[in-house]
Ligand binder design. Structure first.
Ligand SMILES: *Cc1c(COP(=O)(O)O)cnc(C)c1O
Length: 428
């Protein structure tokens, strides 16, 4: 496989852009090798600058659930472009999209549009603090909620229950109001709630964790979070930036039947454009400016081109709910192929799957029996993962270049391409 042009562009990019990329995972740092520079995409395929073709299982990390270049979405975007790229004044499209979101996720009675998932979670947390008049937040280790200061933290060591910065440039003070609990561990949440009684504004969680590989909530875990947040007068925030419109049209809250107080969405809701949102009960959302005293704003918030892409994407998903069952079937085939490929080689591969979200955890000698939290993922054999990743890439299968990410499928993945992918996985 020729990669000369990608190599050359990567070398030049590194001179102009930190690390050569505009978001770290793109640099292939976890697996080594040359990140492919993509020229174009179509359906379930991406094409790199050297003319190589791949079946795409990253799908821009989720947004392209309908596949690349879906005609109706492109037409809506083109029309919106001609009508004006941005006005900085309200448009009807924002209302149409907010209505669609609210109908899909009824817990989001009121919706505020923003431009990235990071902005959505950051704003939802500010709102939770403003609404409850409390300062502390609880997040889970290995859950990712974007890169705002208070969320770029890791658990402190030993007796320390407040977090410490996980990135240079994050002041200690920001990390100190973030408490880090263990995903799938009720006791860890209860202990923090007790120690910080009356001080916790919210618990923010990825209902299905998908940023440490895919990890499913244990039976009853989300119900427990719902209950303990109610008991402690604090808000439950579902970060559905990945799961929203993916696990089901109504997201994880529909899939598991739980009503969070606030929800953040991104990725799919923008249909491939920079758009995200947060929302919840009107009585909470009305604390956002200009209705209330929690400030939040954005020059390009509710951008007309991005909302056009979002509206068209949601409508197509809404009108094809059977699409989700098909998507799950395709994911199950990929899961079975990975399991079979492990068996054939006498290696353990544990596949976690929820709907169309899945990760194939490549196990080593010391890997846990099941992968249910961040520590478990850290026991995986990353060399084994990298070697499979590169073998797949060379065979034209583009999977996420990290064990800590998910496989993303789209409704444009054809049965033939799924079959082909499975054959290649089974022959690893
Ligand atoms: C991607 C992601 C974010 C951040 O969204 P950006 O648009 O990249 O800022 C937040 N939360 C979750 C669960 C995500 O997967």
């Amino acid at each position: 496989m020729r990669t000369n042009k990608s190599e050359e562009l990567f070398e030049r990019s590194k001179k102009r852009i930190p690390g050569g990329v505009n978001s770290p995972v793109r640099a292939f740092g976890n697996v080594g090798g040359v990140p492919r520079f993509i020229a174009r995409a179509e359906g379930d395929r991406i094409f790199d600058v050297d003319g190589n073709e791949y079946i795409d299982y990253v799908m821009s990390w989720g947004p392209m659930i309908l596949g690349h270049g879906r005609e109706q979405v492109l037409e809506a975007v083109e029309k919106a472009c001609r009508e004006g790229l941005t006005f900085g004044a309200p448009t009807e499209k924002e209302l149409v999209l907010a209505d669609l979101i609210s109908e899909a996720m009824p817990s989001m009675e009121k919706v505020r549009l923003v431009s990235s998932g990071t902005e959505a979670t950051m704003s939802a947390i500010r709102l939770a603090r403003g609404y409850t008049k409390k300062d502390y937040i609880i997040k889970f280790r290995g859950n990712y909620h974007g890169h705002s200061d208070g969320l770029l933290v890791k658990a402190g060591s030993g007796a320390m229950t407040t977090a410490v910065p996980d990135s240079a440039g994050v002041p200690k003070g920001y990390a100190e109001t973030t408490l880090v609990a263990e995903y799938n561990d009720e006791e860890s949440v209860r202990a923090l709630m007790d120690e910080y009684k009356g001080k916790v504004a919210c618990v923010i969680v990825e209902p299905v964790a998908a940023n440490m590989g895919v990890i499913l909530p244990k039976e009853g875990f989300l119900q427990f979070l719902r209950k303990i947040t109610e008991e402690n007068d604090c808000l439950l925030i579902f970060d559905e930036v990945i799961t929203g419109f993916r696990l089901s049209y109504g997201g994880a809250q529909e899939y598991y039947g739980i009503k969070p107080d606030l929800t953040t969405i991104g990725k799919i809701v923008g249909g491939g454009m920079p758009l995200a949102a947060y929302g919840g009960a009107a009585k909470i959302m009305d604390h956002i400016s200009p209705a209330g005293d929690v400030y939040q704003a954005g020059t390009l918030s509710g951008n007309p081109v991005a909302t056009a892409a979002g509206i068209e994407t949601l409508k197509l998903l809404r009108d094809n709910k059977e699409g989700y069952a098909e998507l799950e079937k395709k994911a199950s085939k990929i899961r079975e192929a990975f399991e079979e490929s492990g068996r054939k080689r006498g290696r353990r591969i544990i596949v976690n799957q929820a709907g169309s979200l899945l990760s194939a955890f490549h196990c080593g000698e010391n890997t846990s029996e099941c992968i249910s939290n961040y520590d478990d993922v850290c026991t995986c054999d990353l060399d084994f993962f990298s070697s499979d990743f590169h073998a797949l890439l060379d065979a034209g299968i583009y999977m996420a270049p990290s064990q800590f990410e998910a496989v993303f499928l789209s409704m444009a993945h054809t049965d033939e391409d799924i079959e082909r992918t499975c054959r290649i996985i089974e022959s690893l």
